[in-house]
Design a protein around this ligand. Sequence first.
Ligand SMILES: [Cu+2]
Length: 163
Amino acid sequence: MKSLLVLSLAFFASSVLADVAQSVDIDKSFARAAIKQQRNSAAFMDITNKGSQSAVVYAKSPVANIVELHTHINDNGVMRMRKIKQIDLPAKKMVQLKPGGLHVMLLGLNRDLKPGDEIDVTLGFADGSEKSLKVPVQNMMMKMKKNMDGHKVDGSLPKLMNH
Ligand SMILES: [Cu+2]
């Protein structure tokens, strides 16, 4: 009888606790267009965490062979990309993934990303939950021009990093 009570309490607890995917809102998502020789891209978005402290611990997408979480660091005036283990999501805060900052790196694209396309991106959170997104592809040549000039390849990253 006692074990039944414990079991039902456990079930109750798991059914009322919202997972991270449910307490996170994604806005303004977009991915950078990449055609022809461009085999890399990146996805950006605003992530609002309405729940308690968590993190994005991985991302995946069917359009890329490798998907990594990246940030930029200022290395003596040169902005360099760095792979990071997770993107922290503080409680009740919005975290912006944007050009020149945090981003979801799409490496080894297996198709062109044309402006107007929509790609599937899935974010995985620290609690094991996942959120699937439809991310619109945008042409960012104008927007990115300034940023691209300083977007240098990090020595520890694979050669296919060419933007
Ligand atoms: Cu990157």
